[in-house]
Design a protein around this ligand. Sequence first.
Ligand code: ATP
Ligand code: MG
Length: 589
Amino acid sequence: MRFSQLFVNTLKDAPKDAVLKSHQYLMRGGFIQQVGSGIYNFLPLGKKLLDKVRYIIKEEMDKTGAQEILMGFVTPADLWRESGRYEKYGRELLRFVDRKDNEFVLGPTHEEVVTFIAKNGVKSYKQLPIHLYQIHTKFRDEVRPRFGLMRGREFIMKDGYSFHSSFEDLDREFDVMEQTYKKILERIGVDFKIVEADSGAIGGSGSKEFMVLAPCGEDTIVVCKNCEYGANVEIGSRALRVSPRPNELRYDKNPPKAEFARFYTPNIKSIESLSEFFKVDRFYLLKAVVKKAIRANGSFELVYGFVRGDDEIEETKLLNTINRVDSSFLSLEDAELEEMTQVGLEAGFIGPYGLGHITQSQYIYFDESLREAQGLICGANEKDYHFVGVDLDTFENLNFVDIAKAQEGDLCPKCQGELYYTKGIEVGHIFKLGTKYSHAMNAQFLDKDGKIQDLIMGCYGFGVSRILPAILEQKSDELGCVWGKEVKLFDLAIIISNVKDNTQNEFATKIYEECKARGIDVLLDDRDERFGVKMKDFELLGFSFALIVGKGLNDGRVELIKRKGLEKFELQCDENTLENLLGILGRNS
Ligand code: ATP
Ligand code: MG
């Protein structure tokens, strides 16, 4: 490829709304072009990178026996009604009608469509397992599309779906996919962490996310200093807490000694003021959190979570907990003061005594770390009063569940090592779906004994377009793009310093032709531009190497620059130039 023929416009400045470096470089490098909020065109260089990602994914997926298909981007709403997700998916699902008033959605994910395929194609256990995948456009009407390709509305995903006759076989495939994603990310060339994850609106029993580690990542992951444990903070757990975190300790680390009593605490409503009032560490205070759980139809229930005073509620865990009772809840919001007053609660003084009786709520939960907790201080459900000397083990039928956020300094649930936080960009997510979709949509098979069973499913998503900004967030430098191992932009760019110089032109063109013949993905920068402009483009676009054919040629020398780290190599111009050049590229890529 000759640069003079390449369709690319590089820009000096990025658009104002581009805050992340990946977004700035993708726009300045002319890889992509925005056409609407969260909607992008891929221009030739962007498409070239995307194709590299697709190629790696296809190669690794096909090796496992998965088969590539292409499903309709537009999906009849009826399929989504069958699964029950038409209402439940919320406003990210773009719904529309055709000229005959038939209803459709733009696929944000394809469980429904693929289940329809399996329902019509699978009859017997003998056909199983089957794994079908596609690399295709998705649409999600995200509330805040941002950061360019990182969170688009229209984006490209690889989504795979597997069908099994037993849960053991699903587990096997899930492990195969974990290994496959690992391989894909290693080939792409990024540092990543595999973490336990929430299954969200897609549902199912177990899931793992693949996080590219980068400070701008929108996900917080909790990781053990000592072992492999890692989880999205949304579901991350921890070992049972038995004492306050040493670095947060305010008062005595031992439980306060007090007989059970009702105590006058005028206007002491917050955990901070309560801790100061009694000179007791927050660990021994019972924090009550009241949330509004909202259904798709807009109705809501108040739900109650108790955690230790130095802990926080993790909303995802609380939402999952109540959805196990009634799966119609979509989200949680803070309850308004008025809403609490209406059910007879004294905000600031809420406690467990008589709470079920006052509120009639079936959604009252205590965090695991409160199991057998003694010497606590809690609200008395009466204005200006708290109870001291509270032992939760004297209560009957309390619901203890893991609803608190695992924090830095807490201990690992696997090995008791110390936990810390880091940031990740979610580029992949794999799920064990079980029979959720097949059951709802009647996708069944005949088992060995001739009995009808629901198909057992797994699903496996990978953010094909998101991986490009993820690579850049991790690898790029202050000059521009640095790409990954196999996802890269040209192996070599040959830059002719002065195109009006015949010797430079002839030498560069000869090397260019030879490289092409040797299968090197090579670009000849033959533009009639200043040398500085060409170098800036090399740095901004991130070609793997640049061979500078300039004045040094008169002394029989050319210079090779590796984009990553800008390492320089000098080459003599003789009969071995090409071999030496290829040798350096081979050893250093
Ligand atoms: P997120 O939490 O970032 O919104 P998600 O959990 O909703 O993502 P999945 O449903 O698990 O996403 O989709 C599989 C993969 O598709 C994700 O791991 C991610 O890489 C990619 N993806 C999801 N939403 C977007 C988006 N709006 N833009 C680009 N890629 C996306
Ligand atoms: Mg996800």
